[in-house]
Design a protein around this ligand. Structure first.
Ligand SMILES: [Zn+2]
Length: 102
């Protein structure tokens, strides 16, 4: 292995590992009645992703509120069928809604 190769991909791999750890902790916090802590962890995970110019993985992105960064764990989920089938997830912290079409 060349020492000079892929300094960025190494940083990204580290970033992803940290993001994963933060996400695991955030989920725990959210289920243990600490949504404030969970939000802090989500926000720092986001910062890490921004710094390394990577995206948060889809399984994380789908579970956090775009507006305030809350973990959408115990949020209201409604499946609607009136026009197109989609799920409406309501953030219990700021009330923002998110729609997923499928
Ligand atoms: Zn929110």
């Amino acid at each position: 292995m060349s020492r000079r190769s892929h300094p960025k991909s190494k940083a990204r791999r580290l970033a992803k590992a940290r993001v994963d750890i933060l996400w695991e902790q955030a989920k725990k916090d959210a289920t243990q009645g600490r949504p404030d802590l969970a939000r802090e962890r989500v926000l720092s995970a986001r910062k890490i992703a921004q710094k390394t110019r990577t995206k948060l993985p889809g399984y994380i992105n789908r579970r956090i509120c775009r507006t305030c960064g809350s973990v959408l764990f115990a949020s209201r989920v409604r499946v609607r069928n009136n026009r197109s089938r989609h799920i409406v997830v309501t953030c219990q912290n700021c009330g923002a809604t998110k729609r997923y079409y499928f």
